[in-house]
Ligand binder design. Structure first.
Ligand SMILES: *Cc1c(COP(=O)(O)O)cnc(C)c1O
Length: 439
């Protein structure tokens, strides 16, 4: 018997089939050739059987699969507002407009239009950050992890940094404070215990090699019970008494006090700056609601050291980020505008009534019910905080059907059922999700 795999059609023969030729009119030849190879490989893997749907259809399906961009928009129906796997913060219209304007052509990224000479990309966003946070100076980099790496290198390279054992955190995506400290060239000196660290622990760890004291905000978990931690103000005080620096890794970039909406306990950027740390590192997309970016706020000397560090070039922010961040920051000049225009803030502060109304618009009589539930802030911010919400509970027991929708809808499971949280479904997506639920 001959091996059936030998009977598979040649790639050139398939390329001459009328259905495949038609694909060449609308798709690049290289893509169609790749799809043909894919279909033939698929058949070979099946023991040499021709695809049951026919060669034309198999090639068409492969083309369709390969032609969609892999980074495609999805609808977030999970209720996790800052969902890191789903891109964290949807941008405000002003931020989208700003980055589109800059994307289209050239921009004054590193050009001083007043002097007609080379300028600095670090000038963008700097004044707004200073105005909004009270810091003496500011620097924007690629992300918050990069900001921490740069700050450690600039303030502590070849020296020791003292940090509480209770703050050696993992943020997710393999970002662990001890690992990043090792890469920055700073030796880590751990003090205290997991649950309790006192100022005297920091004090007795100081040596002639100590360069800085590090405070890490425990952004994604809570420690309760028999606990003690030293506030950043006291740590900064101790550092300055010994001519050392203090770095505060805050994580989230909260610019508005959200305690009126039940979200308390997360420090604002202004509060963190006022605590006296030489540098505060924060994120541009977590609670701030802008693009992925890292923000460093601090004294003129500390920010100057960061700018001068060779790592500053490696973690620098690009022009699209800077444009979107500048436009987002400008919205904060009026807190009410910020809350209305920045999607993350609007979702976090939306009352349950509003969420319920959108939930009602999603319900399919007889097939779904509206139940009380909780949304999550996400992004490792406000650990333990709960946002009352209304969930559309379906009878479906698998999220796969909604994930396969165009555009994909990402929902979550609750007690064996697929549930959708309207809090994170954007207003112009409600009709799409409703159609998916009716289907
Ligand atoms: C999230 C977080 C980071 C890292 O921020 P990215 O924006 O993901 O780079 C660093 N430190 C803390 C405390 C965080 O919560």
């Amino acid at each position: 018997m001959t091996d059936p795999r030998r009977k598979l059609p040649a790639v050139d023969a398939l390329l001459a089939e009328p259905g495949v030729v038609a694909l060449l009119a609308t798709h690049p030849r290289a893509l169609v050739v790749k799809a043909v190879r894919d279909a033939v490989d698929g058949a070979r893997a099946q023991g040499g059987k021709a695809p049951s749907e026919g060669w034309d259809a198999a090639v068409r399906a492969a083309v369709a699969r390969m032609a969609v961009p892999s980074l495609a928009p999805v609808i977030n129906a999970t209720g996790v507002v800052l969902h890191t796997n789903l891109g964290r913060a949807p941008l405000a219209p002003a931020a989208i407009a700003a980055l589109t304007r800059v994307a289209r052509g050239y921009s004054a990224l590193e050009y001083d239009l007043g002097r007609g000479a080379r300028g600095s990309r670090h000038a963008h966003c700097r004044d707004l950050l200073v105005e909004l946070t009270g810091a003496a100076d500011a620097l924007v980099v690629n992300n918050a992890a990069g900001a921490v790496l740069l700050a450690l290198s600039a303030l502590g390279r070849n020296g020791e940094a003292v940090v509480s054992r209770g703050e050696l955190v993992e943020i997710g995506g393999s970002f662990r404070i001890p690992d990043i400290m090792a890469r920055s060239g700073v030796r880590l000196v751990e003090v205290g215990t997991t649950n309790r660290t006192h100022l005297k622990d920091y004090e007795s760890a100081l040596t002639k090699n100590t360069r800085l004291l590090l405070k890490v905000h425990r952004s994604n978990f809570q420690v309760t019970g028999f606990t003690a931690e030293v506030g950043v103000g006291d740590i900064a005080g101790l550092a300055h008494g010994r001519a050392l620096a203090c770095l505060y890794d805050l994580g989230s970039g909260l610019l508005l006090d959200l305690s009126a909406w039940g979200l308390a306990g997360e420090p604002t950027l202004r509060g963190a700056v006022a605590s006296g740390a030489d540098l505060v590192a924060a994120s541009g997309d977590k609670l701030l609601g802008g693009p992925q970016a890292g923000i460093l706020l601090g004294t003129e000397a500390a920010i100057a050291a960061c700018r001068a560090d060779p790592l500053a070039r490696a973690v620098r922010a690009d022009k699209l980020t800077l444009a979107a961040l500048e436009a987002t920051l400008a919205l904060y000049r009026d807190p009410e505008t910020a809350r209305r225009e920045i999607p993350v803030l609007r979702m976090l502060t939306e009352a349950a009534d509003g969420v319920k109304r959108r939930g009602e618009a999603l319900c399919v009589p007889g097939r779904t019910e509206l139940i009380k539930g909780e949304s999550e802030v996400g992004g490792g911010s406000f650990p333990g905080a709960t946002l009352q919400t209304w969930l559309v509970a379906t009878r479906e027991t698998d999220t796969a059907r909604l994930r396969a929708w165009d555009p994909p809808i990402v929902a979550r499971m609750l007690e064996g059922r697929v549930v959708l949280d309207p809090r994170t479904i954007l207003p112009d997506q409600v009709e799409i999700v409703a159609a998916a639920l009716r289907a």
